[in-house]
Every structure is written in structure tokens, then in C-alpha cells.
Design a binder for this molecule. Structure first.
Ligand SMILES: Nc1ncnc2c1ncn2[C@@H]1O[C@H](COP(=O)(O)OP(=O)(O)O)[C@@H](O)[C@H]1O
Ligand SMILES: [Mg+2]
Length: 328
């Protein structure tokens, strides 16, 4: 990557709230016109980082640049380049959808005419035209979310920062939003979005940074992250949920790393560098123990596997039970 391509740079950023260290030294780079997915569980530090990028919060240490502008010293300039859609809707319930967007347009310094025009355009793109003249107080959660995202688009930002844009949306609205995000990226918008969903990062992002306890613990393209995991995954699905923990104990030591359990999915996964050998050994042990399984096979690692293996590096030698891998 050449220096000119580094459109967003984050260097050594630290931030504490009292005795809580939310960010413990974050380094990131985003190329112009690409999507960076910031992936992490609740409390990892995602919102703190995007608020710093959006000039809403100052870092204790380190620096952030957007298009060569320092977000602290050149905050006003930076604000004119970016759009920010926060985790919680920031729209005024007493106004209509259209009024909200026009207000934002006026705050961006657009003329009354242009603000009206842009509001129309955004309402249409987010399928809110029919509800445009209703008060936001009557909107559903998904509609509010879209309106909030719309507000971040009125100023036609070069850089769009979205904090968990699809959390709490129903599956259909989520897919619509993904399509819309694709469209923005095709038009050249640089996008940084946070998510707790691996599937979402895989689907949308050119590069992914996994953040855990205020640090980037892995970064790369979705494929690179999967390759870093190395090898394949043997996956067993238990017939009875009560057997999941037994399977974990049973399969320990067979793979290249500890077995991982997803209790909700009744699955146990085992990383391996020798697919056939591990599969046969696992099958033998399962048969000897007389455990009933619905499924046993080998597959390529998913981002879920990568995330699980990365975020449990604090206790690498012991098998781990995770209540719900998918929402980790
Ligand atoms: N304003 C605040 N005051 C105190 N603690 C905070 C504040 N904002 C965030 N934190 C703490 O910082 C850590 C990171 O939070 P956050 O950035 O919101 O994570 P995420 O968005 O990944 O869920 C958490 O431990 C959180 O409790
Ligand atoms: Mg958050």
C-alpha cells in the first residue's frame, strides 16, 4: 500500500474512562474507497474508537488522520468530510422524517432548496418516501435506524462511519442495508463500520480488524484471516445438547488446537492440519464413547472459527465452552 492510499490512519490510540482502559494502543489503516470492518464483542472498544474518528471524543494518546487531516487539530475540516451514524438513533421524534433530514442538511450549510432535494434523495434510497411526512415517533425501530443512517448521508460524505449499523434490524432490512452499503462503496465512499457479526464483516468488508480489550488482535482481508487460522476444521454436531461438554473433553488433544464448543448450535469444532487423520480419530472416539451425533465432517474455517480461536488466546491450552459463538 502506498502512502497516498492510506486514507484513514490510526496510530497508537489510547483512551481511558476513569480506571477503565477502553483503547490500549490501536493502529489501523484504511485505503480510500474501501470498507474496513471493525469486529469485536460488546465492550471491546469499538464505539470509543469510532467516536474518536468522528471527532466526538479526543484520544488520550496517539493520533488519527482522515484524508491527511488530524482529527483533533482539524476537527472542523474533518467533520465536513465525514458522516457518522451512531449506535443509537439520534433523530428528533417530534419532527417528521423529512424535517429531520432537512434540518441536518441545513446544519451542513446547504441552502433550503438543496437540503430539500437531498432529503428527498435520501428518503428514496432508504425506502422511506411513504413515511416521509409522518412523525418519527410513529416509526418502527428499523425505520428509525434507516433514517439515522440517512442523516449521515445528507452531506454526501467522502467517509462514512457506522457504529453497528444493523444491530437490532430484522433480517430483511439488514439485507437491504447491505445492498445500500454496496452501492455507496461503488460510488467511492470510504467506509468504516463496526459489527459484532462475523457474517456481516465477511460480506461487506475488504479488510477486517478484530478488536478485543482495546487492542487490534488481528487484521487482514477475510481470506487472510481464514488462512491465518491455518488448516481446516472438524465439526461435530451433537444430537443431545447435554453431550456437548462431553464431546469437548473427548476431542481434546486430537487437533492442532483446543476444541471449541458452541452450546447454542450444539456444535464442537476442532482445528486441524491433518484433516483425514483427525476426522477418523474423532469418529473412533465418538463411537467408543457411544455419543449420538447428527453431523460429523471437515470444512474450511469460517470467520466464526477465526474469531473464536483468536479471542481465546488468553487460555490456549484448555478447551473452551462458549455459550453462543455467533454472537460472541
Ligand atoms: N463514557 C464512558 N464512561 C465509562 N466507561 C466507558 C465509557 N464509554 C465506554 N466505556 C467502557 O469502555 C469499554 C469499551 O466500550 P465501547 O467502546 O463502548 O465498546 P464496544 O462499542 O465495542 O461495545 C467498555 O468497558 C465500556 O464500559
Ligand atoms: Mg459499541
Amino acid at each position: 500500500m502506498s502512502a497516498s492510499n492510506r486514507f484513514i490512519t490510526v496510530e497508537g490510540v489510547e483512551k481511558s474512562f476513569g480506571s477503565t482502559q477502553a483503547l490500549a494502543g490501536v493502529d489501523l489503516e484504511v485505503e480510500q474507497g474501501t470498507v474496513l470492518g471493525l469486529l469485536g464483542r460488546n465492550g471491546a472498544g469499538k464505539t470509543t474508537l469510532v467516536r474518536i474518528l468522528a471527532t466526538l471524543l479526543a484520544p488520550d494518546k496517539g493520533s488519527v488522520g482522515i484524508a491527511g487531516l488530524d482529527v483533533v487539530r482539524r476537527a472542523r475540516m474533518v467533520r465536513s468530510l465525514i458522516g457518522f451514524a451512531g449506535q443509537f438513533a439520534a433523530v428528533d421524534e417530534t419532527l417528521t422524517g423529512r424535517e429531520n433530514l432537512e434540518l441536518v442538511g441545513r446544519l451542513y450549510g446547504l441552502s433550503r432548496f438543496l437540503a430539500h432535494h437531498r432529503a428527498d434523495e435520501v428518503l428514496q434510497r432508504l425506502s422511506l418516501t411513504q413515511a416521509a411526512d409522518r412523525r418519527v415517533g410513529t416509526y418502527s425501530g428499523g425505520m428509525r435506524r434507516r433514517l439515522d443512517l440517512g442523516a449521515s448521508l445528507v452531506g454526501r460524505p467522502e467517509v462514512l462511519i457506522m457504529d453497528e449499523p444493523t444491530t437490532g434490524l430484522d433480517p430483511r432490512t439488514r439485507i437491504e442495508l447491505w445492498a445500500f452499503i454496496d452501492e455507496l462503496v461503488r460510488e467511492g465512499t470510504t467506509l468504516l463500520l463496526t459489527t459484532q457479526y462475523l457474517e456481516e464483516a465477511d460480506r461487506l468488508a475488504d479488510s477486517i480488524a478484530v478488536i478485543e480489550r482495546g487492542r487490534v488482535i488481528a487484521a487482514g482481508s477475510p481470506d487472510q484471516l481464514k488462512q491465518r487460522f491455518g488448516g481446516d476444521v472438524v465439526e461435530v454436531r451433537a444430537t443431545n445438547p447435554t453431550d456437548v461438554e462431553r464431546l469437548v473433553t473427548l476431542l481434546n488433544g486430537l487437533g492442532s488446537g483446543p476444541p471449541m464448543a458452541d452450546l447454542r448450535g450444539q456444535r464442537v469444532t476442532l482445528p486441524t492440519g491433518e484433516r483425514v487423520h483427525t476426522l477418523l480419530a474423532a469418529a473412533r472416539r465418538i463411537e467408543e464413547a457411544g455419543i449420538s451425533v447428527d453431523d460429523l465432517g471437515v470444512r474450511r474455517p469460517s470467520l466464526d472459527d477465526v474469531f473464536l480461536s483468536l479471542t481465546q488466546q488468553t487460555t490456549p491450552q484448555r478447551p473452551t465452552i462458549t455459550p453462543a459463538a455467533a454472537t460472541a
